[in-house]
Design a protein around this ligand. Structure first.
Ligand code: APR
Ligand code: PHB
Length: 416
């Protein structure tokens, strides 16, 4: 192949949260990588996504030395609320899980911190990398080619990691007869807004209403993030701010909406909801991590947190390989990651099912949804199940038993 050719240990495709966290974790282990990102920094940072970090994600940020701003500006939450049929109750995460919390800190802020740290840590990121393609992934000498500034470039590496999200090129480079894909597309979307107004409450509120789901969240004490369930092909022109606020007030219910502060929205978009898993998360010298391998509906905010645990597992496995030349860790990666992924898929699917209105929901099924939520309200056992999933299941639970851990993984597992 002609053009500029470089060499590294791990070639990472995609510079979202999965790609950057992985690059920084590998640097910490003394492993070199290059990140190839199709877009520019402003685009990646500007995408508005969920904003609830599990303790594991918080700990990874801290262990990388990039948690300073998160610790100052992030909002630790000890619980969240559920509203249904005009009622409101609280899930006390801290009490139910023996001390765990979540931290509200937007993904854009996480990306800002990771991008700022990259040059200081010597992590090379190539932005505007077009036509990325993978070569020889089933050999010991894989490579990636791309075009940039009119040049054809090539990266030779030991391993490739696909962190390029659901629409990336990595997953589909795995032959289709090896890939098993599981998918459900939900028959609705989420219309999300950001507004420079104080949040409706101290904590996040999930609302199940006859007219559909609603969610009151936040980015700071002065910036709110709201969502309402809508049609997949909803026309945003039909949703002026006033209609959104009215709908939020109705769906959140009288208690939750009591402190709803209205104001102009400065971001308004519709996101689809999907459950998706591809197996295995490895083929030859290619590994998949984050949204490239799995998607969850946002109910429960697991997407970014799953990307974090994937790349923690993978960085451990690659470090083990480079330190010992033993393939045990990289051989176990897919099963270990998938064991946690499937449980988060189950949780996000279940939480979506009990809180959303489906087109074919019968009156009986609506009553069953309400009975289930009422059961959660009255049962410590049910609340504990919800809480332990919400704060994030332990890193080591289920699936393949990992045979090696670094100090970071050991500490995170002991704490979780
Ligand atoms: N070549 C290079 N880069 C690509 C390509 C490609 N062909 N295709 C996609 N990318 C880049 C995207 O521009 C994006 O920046 O890969 C990145 C993938 O990032 P995400 O979609 O955010 O996926 P991930 O890093 O796995 O993060 C998972 O973050 O964005 C959320 O909803 C997501 O919460 C989930 C979590
Ligand atoms: C958000 O703040 O964007 C958010 C919070 C909780 C969710 C999903 C999204 O479950």
């Amino acid at each position: 192949m002609q053009g500029v050719s470089v060499k590294t240990q791990v070639g990472i495709i995609g510079g979202g949260p999965a790609g950057l966290l992985l690059g920084l974790l590998l640097r910490q282990h003394g492993i070199e990588s290059v990140v190839l990102e199709r877009r520019d920094r402003a685009y990646v940072e500007g995408r508005v996504r969920a904003g609830v970090l599990e303790q594991t994600t918080v700990d990874i940020m801290r262990s990388l030395g990039v948690g300073g701003r998160m610790d100052r500006e992030g909002l630790p939450h000890d619980g969240f609320c559920i509203s249904f049929d005009g009622e409101l109750f609280r899930i006390d995460l801290k009490r139910l899980t023996g001390g765990s919390q979540v931290t509200v800190y937007g993904q854009s802020e996480v990306m800002k911190d990771l991008f700022d740290a990259a040059p200081q840590r010597g992590l090379q990121i190539e932005f505007n990398a077009e036509n990325v393609s993978l070569h020889d992934i089933d050999t010991g000498t894989p490579s990636i080619s791309w075009s940039q500034d009119g040049d054809l470039r090539q990266l030779s590496c030991d391993f490739i990691v696909g962190c390029d999200g659901f629409h990336g090129v990595s997953r589909t480079s795995i032959p289709s007869d090896v890939r098993r894909e599981y998918e459900k597309v939900y028959p609705f979307g989420w219309l999300g807004i950001l507004a420079e107004v104080p949040p409706a409450g101290e904590e996040v509120i999930y609302a199940s209403h006859q007219r559909g789901f609603a969610l009151a969240s936040m980015r700071s004490r002065t910036r709110s993030r709201y969502y309402i369930q809508c049609a997949i092909d909803e026309n945003l022109d039909e949703w002026p701010d006033r209609r959104i606020w009215d709908e939020l007030e109705t769906r959140l219910g009288p208690h939750a909406a009591r402190n709803l502060t209205r104001g102009p929205s400065f971001e308004k978009s519709v996101a689809p909801l999907r459950s998706f898993v591809t197996e295995p998360m490895r083929y030859g010298r290619l590994f998949l991590a984050g949204d490239a391998a799995h998607i969850v509906p946002p109910t429960g905010a697991k997407g970014l947190n799953l990307a974090s645990s994937d790349v923690l597992f993978l960085s451990e496995a690659l470090a083990h390989f480079y330190n010992t030349r033993s393939p045990t860790g990289i051989d176990e990666y897919s099963a270990r990651a998938l064991a946690r992924v499937w449980k988060a898929e189950r949780f996000s699917w279940w939480f979506t099912n009990i809180t959303h209105r489906f087109p074919d929901t019968t009156a009986l099924e609506r009553r069953l949804q309400l009975a289930e939520i009422d059961y959660i309200r009255g049962s410590t056992a049910a609340q504990t199940t919800l809480a332990e999933n919400y704060v994030g299941l332990p890193l080591g639970s289920g699936g393949a038993a990992p045979t090696h851990h670094s100090a970071t993984a050991m500490r995170l597992m002991e704490e979780s």
